[in-house]
Design a protein around this ligand. Structure first.
Ligand code: PMP
Length: 298
């Protein structure tokens, strides 16, 4: 990873608490509540040809996630959306990734943090592909994680909250250590859930099946791809799904703002081809995100 510039050492500027600041000056104190107690929510958005895809939806989810964690963002949704555009323009990025993050500050340092300031930062950087093009072509390889998505009574599962990613990083690190690209996570009931940063779809007999998102994010890309499938007349069934179904699936793919539509070539001992439905939806998604903003509704 020698060629990767550390994220705190990049040039340019980013948006921090209401204004653009030099990138390397965007610092926060080590006694920040968000760092110690996970009081942080964030977004991951892609910009294609100078337009942030589904910007309003991402901003709305950021506010919803913050609300779930009891944090009131001291800006309007329009201000945050405008700030995302400003952060991308400042870096002159037409194709890349936007990361808004909201977190509690350092005014209090204990479980109770009622009077902490709510900070917002937004940075943009180039990020061509979440998985390498070669991996995407053959289909990525997933191991099944030992970590399980928690129940809705255990964690705020519908927020894109930093704390929920603890088990994602553990799962992905364990998978990478053994040569896999990513991990598939089951949920607390042992049902199929999602990958560490993307939603899951199985294809069988020309029908798409996807787990009901009752304990993980109902991804914006997931919803887009379901609409794209419907437009093609492909049936999509959302239901409880079980690991045994991996043995009979014909195609598998995952979706996410970063991952886009990525074919899966292997999960544990099961192998899959990059089939026609995956290819169709990947192409449809690629075409959609590059359309002018007004005609992007899937
Ligand atoms: N699940 C997890 C855990 C994720 O991190 C993401 C990416 N945000 C998704 C699903 C997909 O969500 P979206 O399509 O909204 O990016």
């Amino acid at each position: 990873m020698a060629d990767v510039i550390p994220f705190d050492q990049r040039s340019g500027s980013l948006w921090y608490d209401g204004k653009m600041v030099p990138w390397t000056d965007a610092k926060t104190h080590v006694l920040t509540h968000g760092l110690h107690y996970g009081s942080s929510v964030f977004e991951g958005e892609r910009i294609y040809g100078g337009t942030i895809y589904k910007l309003k939806e991402h901003t709305a989810r950021l506010f919803k996630s913050a609300e779930v964690l009891g944090m009131t963002i001291p800006f309007t949704q329009d201000q945050i959306s405008a700030a995302c555009i400003e952060a991308a323009q400042a870096q002159n990025i037409k194709d890349g990734y936007i990361r808004p993050v909201v977190f509690r500050g350092s005014e209090m340092m204990a479980v109770s943090a009622q009077n902490t300031k709510i900070h917002v930062a937004i940075a943009c950087w180039p990020w061509p592909s979440y998985f390498s093009p070669a991996e995407k072509l053959k289909g990525i390889r997933l191991e099944i994680s030992k970590w399980r998505r928690p129940a809705a009574e255990t964690e705020p599962v519908h927020a894109k909250a930093a704390g929920l990613y603890m088990i994602c990083t553990l799962s992905k690190h364990a998978a990478e250590a053994e040569g896999w690209h990513d991990a598939l996570m089951l949920d607390y009931r042992g049902q199929l859930a999602e990958a560490t940063g993307a939603n899951l779809f199985l294809v069988k007999d020309g029908v798409i099946h996807t787990p009901t998102p009752d304990c993980f994010l109902n991804g914006i890309t997931r919803q887009t791809v379901m609409a794209l499938a419907a437009k093609r007349g492909i049936k999509v069934v959302e239901r409880a799904m079980f690991p045994e179904e991996l043995a009979t699936a014909e195609e598998i793919f995952i979706t996410g703002s970063a991952a886009e539509v990525t074919a899966v070539g292997q999960i544990a001992d099961h192998h899959y081809t990059v089939g026609p439905i995956t290819r169709q939806l990947r192409d449809d998604y690629e075409a959609l995100v590059r359309q002018p903003a007004k005609s992007q509704a899937a």
